[in-house]
Design a binder for this molecule. Structure first.
Ligand code: GDP
Ligand code: CA
Length: 320
């Protein structure tokens, strides 16, 4: 079975760990969000790709959900001693090595997809991890501070400001001119199932879908009978973690499992899983032409996550 998963960081990575357990023989291709990418200290940092790679490769800091296990912060302290920031982005010493290797390879002319493959040769994530694009896409968030309108990098909004001010708009800068990375469209066309994990619908899955060709490829696959199934990142009318409600509001979508399903729409989604606490959403989602089931959706451990993945695959089977 060939499965394609569109993934952001933590939510996507944890779901993938469960999916690997639920479908050990499946060939899994992950299309990763690169809209969160940022240049820091002269280095190219790809937080979502790295979170997937470290999580599946056994190198993640479990409690945090991002960054390396057993990490130290000497380089960060030394940079701070020079007065060089930003101090709000936590790059540890082990993590720095990843960004050095990536930046060096990019400088030598390799595309991000080839660099990601090279990094994965060490981590052996057990999936094929593709960036959504080799082209630069950077998510910016429009905010208002003291009556002044400005746009900040997504990381500044999320990590520095902790989404403490309202997002007026979310713009994946560069997306309209980006091309899907090599292998992305073929993987979608050849997929037996396409899954949207519990990732941020705006700044993770939404950014991936904003790369011209990707949404169209999924719509075409769905139209030709490939089941496309999503799992709600919203449980009980709130994000499980993070601040997805802020960016959903910016695109005019309520933070409910139903609203997120309708936001994706029946053109993309054939099936949608909501948590059991949102069982009341099933009728509304089905009325929109999306098959819906209420099942436990909390990724408390790998077992629970594998059970979610099995439910998603069972719903896909029903749709086939
Ligand atoms: P990020 O890039 O690290 O922000 O991670 P993602 O883009 O993958 O998005 C995280 C999303 O997953 C958030 O909207 C969370 O609400 C959601 N999420 C996190 N943990 C869980 C969980 O256990 N269950 C469900 N249903 N959603 C979750
Ligand atoms: Ca992210």
């Amino acid at each position: 079975m060939r499965i394609v998963v569109l993934a952001g960081g933590i939510g996507g990575a944890r779901f993938l760990r469960g999916l690997k357990q639920a479908a050990p023989d499946a060939e899994i291709t992950v299309v990763g969000n690169t809209g969160d990418d940022i240049h820091l200290f002269g280095l190219k940092v790809c937080p979502d790709l790295d979170t997937v790679m470290y999580t599946l490769g056994g190198g993640i800091n479990e409690e945090q959900g991002w960054g390396r296990l057993d990490e130290s912060f000497t380089v960060k302290e030394e940079l701070a001693a020079y007065g060089v920031g930003p101090e709000w982005f936590g790059l540890g010493d082990r993590d720095f090595a990843t960004h050095i290797v990536r930046t060096q390879m990019l400088g030598a002319g390799f595309p991000l997809s080839a660099v990601t493959e090279a990094l994965c040769a060490r981590w052996q994530p057990g999936v094929r991890l593709l960036p959504m694009s080799d082209d630069r896409v950077e998510t910016h968030v429009a905010i208002e501070v003291d009556g002044e309108q400005k746009a900040v990098h997504f990381q500044e909004y999320w990590v520095k400001l902790r989404a403490s001010v309202d997002a007026k708009a979310v713009v994946p800068v560069g997306a309209e001119a980006a091309k899907p990375a090599p292998g992305v469209l073929d993987a979608i066309a050849e997929a037996d199932v396409v899954l949207f994990p519990p990732s941020n619908p705006v700044v993770s899955v939404g950014t991936i879908l904003a790369v011209p060709g990707i949404r169209e490829a999924i719509v075409a696959a769905a139209a030709s009978g490939t089941p496309v199934v999503g799992l709600s990142p919203i449980v009980g009318d709130a994000p499980v973690r993070g601040m997805a409600d802020k960016v959903l509001a910016a695109v005019g979508v309520e933070s409910t499992a139903t609203a997120v399903a309708l936001h994706y729409g029946s053109e993309l989604l054939g099936g949608w899983l909501v948590d059991t606490v949102d069982a009341g959403a099933v009728t509304d989602v089905e009325a929109a032409g999306i098959r819906c089931r209420a099942v436990p959706l909390m990724m408390t451990d790998v077992e629970a996550t594998a059970a979610m993945a099995r439910e998603a695959l069972a719903l896909a089977e029903e749709l086939r």
